[in-house]
Design a binder for this molecule. Structure first.
Ligand code: NAD
Length: 453
């Protein structure tokens, strides 16, 4: 049962009425993996939604009814655009007519592992000129606790409008898991923390209209920390299991068999799996937002730093496995033909941001291997965006490409790969994902004894 909205602030009551009647005009700044699915959910809920993005190509595609995000069907975008519910623009001035704005822009790390809030700051600066009384602004980008108040509130209040009184401000982390066929923007509970009770209630009203379940917490800081707990939990557990994989490698035990058996315990254990390293926009990055922030209060986030060290060494360990496999064939890495399968950061997605596959390929190139790759999801890799520094294109998968390689390296276990064919045709296979489920003397698995011992 939803609580009656009893604010004394007429601006809050006015916006609440518009949200519950779904007559509010909503806006989303940043139409990427997070922003576009959210905009579509707002449109599906009956709101009019305007997407604002700097990227003219994305804006044009949306206005033409086309989705460029795999998890968002083009049909959903086309239907909303045709109904006049969804449009996109590069002009932040569109915010003049909006009742709500969700900011979903990137929050990467600088090379020094310090937070790069430049996109968040630029968005807030752009909105500032169009902020008006009664507007609700929600930050969704993952960031350190305090950002909503220290950065967004500070910038927006330079207008003379006061957060919680003249406009409303909240943080709500996005928890989308690209490529997940079960959990999506609509059915993953939405955590919301507003600056004041009115801010929380208004943000909750927006999401309640569009998302299955809303969980209110007491402040933006708590909501910011919730997201960092979730992602730090994953980064640390993956770091722990990656270290266990290195131990198993030395001890001649298969870490995969160990995890599968441990996972039969019905309580107190949750399986995490090793791999060639961490990837994606979240897990390798977000914990460092937290460790950076707590340094300000003289605290050292030791688990985060340690997990970071272990996880970032995994590409090197994967290259060692390639070296071991080639060694068995009497070959060096230098001059060897290495055929990489899968470069996306995880299965069945097209995202290569922070992908460990790119680090493995860069290390192999540096050691003089001749590297080719096949990934049905990633047709090209832009030289500017990875350490290998060269433009590369996915070569077609063929029996000849497998047979010509001195070593085939599985770095991303896309479902479409036929592992029986791959192993049958290859001279040697390095499997960093436990994709090959049968024993073969040709398969060298990360975290498992050599097949030749
Ligand atoms: N991708 C994920 O799986 C995921 C999951 C949960 C949370 N997040 C977080 O959500 C945020 C967004 O991530 P994403 O993956 O959607 O990023 P993305 O790169 O896919 O999309 C960001 C969009 O913002 C646009 N943009 C950048 N600066 C802008 C500005 N000043 N004004 C308007 N548009 C601007 C870019 O053009 C791009 O289209 C990040 O903080 C990320 O950590 C991402």
């Amino acid at each position: 049962m939803s609580q009656p909205f009893t604010s004394e602030n007429p601006l809050a009551r006015g916006l609440h009425d518009k949200l519950t009647s779904r007559t509010a005009k909503t806006g989303v700044v940043g139409l990427g993996y997070v922003g576009l699915p959210l905009a579509v959910e707002f449109g599906n809920a009956g709101f009019t939604v305007v997407g604002i993005d700097l990227d003219q190509r994305k804006v044009d595609e949306i206005n033409n009814g086309v989705s460029y995000i795999h998890d968002v069907p083009t049909g959903a975008v086309a239907r909303l655009v045709a109904a006049g519910k969804l449009s996109a623009t590069t002009n932040p001035g569109a915010a003049d007519d909006l009742d709500t704005i969700n900011i979903c822009v990137p929050t990467p790390l600088r090379k020094t592992k310090d937070p790069d809030l430049s996109y968040v700051v630029a968005s807030a600066e752009a909105i500032k000129g169009h902020l008006h009384p009664g507007m609700l602004v929600i930050l969704e980008s993952t960031t350190y606790p305090g950002t909503t108040e220290e950065v967004i509130q500070t910038i927006l209040e330079t207008t003379g409008l006061k957060a919680g009184k003249d406009f409303f401000l909240a943080f709500s982390p996005e928890r989308v898991d690209p490529g997940n066929p079960i959990w999506n923007t609509k059915n993953v509970p939405k955590v919301v923390g507003g600056l004041t009770p009115d801010c929380s209630a208004l943000a909750a009203a927006l999401y309640t209209a569009s998302i299955d379940r809303v969980v209110q917490v007491s402040s933006p800081k708590v909501a910011e920390m919730v997201k960092l707990l979730e992602n730090t939990f994953r980064a640390i557990n993956i770091g722990m299991v990656n270290e266990l994989a290195l131990m198993c490698d030395r001890l001649g035990i298969s870490v995969w068999e160990v995890i599968d058996a441990a996972a039969t315990k019905p309580f107190g254990f949750m399986p995490f799996y090793p791999g060639p390293g961490l990837g994606g926009h979240c897990i390798p990055i977000d914990p460092f937002y937290l460790s950076w922030k707590v340094k300000e209060v003289g605290f050292e986030a030791r688990f985060i730093e340690l997990a970071g060290q272990v996880n970032s060494a995994m590409p090197h360990h994967s290259v060692e496995k390639v070296s071991d496999a080639l060694n068995e064939l009497g070959k060096a890495i230098k001059g060897a033909n290495v055929f990489v399968l899968g470069v996306a950061y995880k299965r069945d997605i097209d995202d290569v941001r922070e992908s460990p596959a790119l680090d493995v390929m860069a290390l192999l190139l540096k050691k003089g291997a001749k590297v080719t790759y096949h990934d049905p999801w990633v047709p090209h890799i832009d030289g500017e965006h990875w350490n290998g520094g060269q433009n590369m294109s996915s070569i077609p998968y063929s029996a000849a490409a497998v047979a010509d390689a001195d070593c085939v390296v599985i770095l991303t276990d896309h479902k479409s790969f036929n592992y029986e064919d791959i192993v049958a045709g290859a001279k040697a296979v390095v499997d960093t994902r436990n994709a090959v489920k049968f024993a073969s003397p040709k398969v060298f698995k990360l975290g498992a004894p050599s097949p030749r011992t």
